[in-house]
Design a protein around this ligand. Structure first.
Ligand code: S3P
Ligand code: PEP
Length: 429
């Protein structure tokens, strides 16, 4: 654990930031490149610890992966060429790595054992393993497969027609990746659409995927061919600076290369609804994942309600949106977000407890929280719970407080945004 004391004296934020690569897309670029036959080149890769865990897992299966700055090259002879690892595949803090790997490994021809850190050891895996078992997967783990460590014996799979019980791109993606090796057409039905990076990337690697009215159909037995992937900037990382720019007095910052995939852009809609001074310039570069340059300035904000099908489009942004709401006039209600309880930590409890220490008026509900603003924030000692997004929420709050904010563990931020504090320095100078 690395404690960090943050004292910024309420700066005005100015400057331009290029937002680092999207975590979801970076993971998938390595996974798809390792499954595909031939060479895959990736630019803009996120060098966050979670994505490095994904690289490490595939290297242990014998895939050749070179990292040169944010350029990654994956050379694979296809998944039938993978070798059984004598070592346990270690997924660190990454739910995305653990859950998508389950789908991939279920239909492979290798036996693997996979585990992660203490946080991963508490996150539910049956949501993925249940549908995979219906497809014929052989997976065992603690509590009948609910928790890591997990053992996966790759085998032949059959397609399923699956109605998603929760809005989760990790569950959807695991099923689709297993479906690649399954006999028949795999169908995943979503009542609320979750991020669609897997569907987009399958097409980039040459597969055919049909999507209509929340129903994804994918014929098994298709092969993937190596290609080039350009990773957009991560809107979930940009979120911290969007909020910082909106709530710090006298600020105007420009965020370049922000991924604005419509299944991820809920925060833009919320900022607009709350009255933020924000403009978007879309880049018309024909990439699989759309990007934009976003300019944000200090804003007079009003409270809002965040609920229903926008939740999957901003699920990882809720901690920082809660901080934003402490500076908005009136009440902000966040509901339908019980998924927050099964992230790196219980993010409802963590957000409410830590923002209260800063003086916020905030209460937890069964499926979200209610925040009343605007409230001046004061310095305090905060816990991150080892959760990168709680750590960054605390660091952005420190830009507004009179006294210092101390984070008990700032190292956890490197999971998704290793250059976060450098970027804070850039805009506070
Ligand atoms: O598929 C992905 O890359 C992700 C999906 C989301 O999780 P769920 O699928 O559990 O909602 C999100 O919270 C996570 O940060 C990344
Ligand atoms: C929930 C997150 O990631 P993961 O599920 O991959 O650990 C996140 O990045 O906020």
């Amino acid at each position: 654990m690395s404690e960090k004391v943050l004292q910024y004296h309420k700066p005005s934020l100015q400057g331009i930031l290029t937002i680092p690569g999207d975590k979801s897309v970076s993971h998938r670029s390595v996974m798809f490149g390792s499954i595909a036959t031939g060479k895959t080149t990736v630019d803009g890769f996120l060098l966050g610890e979670d994505c490095l865990s994904t690289i490490d897992c595939f290297r242990k299966l014998g895939v050749k992966i070179d990292v040169d700055g944010t350029n990654v090259t994956i050379d694979s002879a296809g998944m039938d060429a993978w070798q059984e690892s004598t070592e346990v595949l270690y997924t660190g803090n990454s739910g995305t790595t653990t859950r998508l790997m389950l789908g991939i490994l279920a239909g492979s021809n290798v036996h693997t054992v996979m585990t992660g850190d203490a946080s991963i050891g508490k996150r539910p895996m049956r949501r993925v393993i249940d549908p995979l078992r219906q497809m014929g997967a052989h997976i065992t783990g603690r509590a009948n497969g609910q928790f890591t460590p997990l053992a996966i014996q790759g085998t032949k799979l059959q397609a399923i027609d699956y109605q998603m019980p929760v809005a989760s791109a990790q569950v959807k993606s695991a099923i689709l990746l297993a479906g690649l090796r399954a006999e028949g057409t795999t169908i995943v039905r979503e009542s609320e659409v979750s991020r669609d990076h897997t569907e987009r990337m399958l097409r980039q690697f040459g597969a055919q995927v049909d999507v209509a009215d929340g129903v994804v159909s994918f014929k098994g037995g298709q092969t993937l061919t190596g290609t080039h992937v350009s990773v957009p900037g991560d809107i979930s990382s940009a979120a911290f600076f969007l909020v910082a720019g909106a709530i710090c007095k006298g600020s105007r910052i420009v965020l370049e290369n922000v991924g604005v995939n419509p299944t991820r852009d809920g925060i833009i809609e919320v900022l607009q609804n709350m009255g933020a001074s924000m403009t978007l310039a879309h880049n018309d570069d024909g990439q699989a994942e759309p990007t934009a340059t976003i300019t944000i300035a200090t804003s007079t904000l009003k409270g809002t309600t965040i609920e229903g099908d926008i939740i999957p489009r901003l699920i990882d942004e809720i901690p920082i949106l809660a901080l934003l709401a402490t500076q908005a006039h009136g009440k902000t209600i966040i509901k339908d977000a019980e998924e927050l309880k099964v992230k790196e930590t219980d993010r409802i409890t963590a957000v409410v407890d830590e923002l209260k220490k800063l003086g916020a008026t905030i209460e937890a509900t069964a499926d979200g929280m209610v925040i009343e603003g605007p409230t001046p924030l004061r310095g305090a000692s905060l816990k991150t719970y080892g959760d990168h997004r709680i750590g960054m929420m605390g660091a952005v709050a420190a830009l507004m407080t009179d006294g210092a904010v101390t984070l008990d563990d700032a190292q956890c931020i490197a999971v998704s945004y290793p250059t976060f504090f450098e970027h804070v320095e850039t805009v506070t100078q």
